[in-house]
Ligand binder design. Sequence first.
Ligand code: PNS
Length: 158
Amino acid sequence: MRRVVCPGSFDPVTNGHLDIIGRTSRLYDEVVVAVLINIEKQSLFTVEERIEMLQAVTREYGNIRVEKFHGLLVDFCKQQGIPAIVKGLRAVSDFDYELQMAQLNYRMSGVETLFMSTNPEYSFLSSSRLKEIARYGGDVSGLVPDLVHKSLVERLRG
Ligand code: PNS
């Protein structure tokens, strides 16, 4: 079984994330989408809500498992028997940060990191920008799945 992990905060999942998860699902037998439990960072959606949304929007791929984790990603990989991490790279600005993390993760555990270039259609997209736009009434439809769009609007406009 060839298994890989796509980690992130997914607060909430965007079409950019989905593009990476979907393309990865065609390369591996199973993709484990790992949602970080970060008690230091305030999130818009709870971890359970994020997991539910991820499960709903990835169901059609057929080989996605959504899990949560806290602590080090490489420890989660070891527990799950996963040898590699897939990360999407949007721009050069992502690279410095991601390279450092990839090298540290490899140094700590031997877990490999593979970078996938983001579809240019979504290279400007991030969950934080998305929330900012939605919070002030901007239109984010087309940037997130419909189900997420509905939840975002409900959560931000009360
Ligand atoms: O969607 P994000 O917030 O950019 O995802 C970042 C994530 C969750 C992939 C990263 O913060 C992570 O792996 N955190 C777990 C803690 C960890 O392993 N840190 C050591 C990195 S060298």
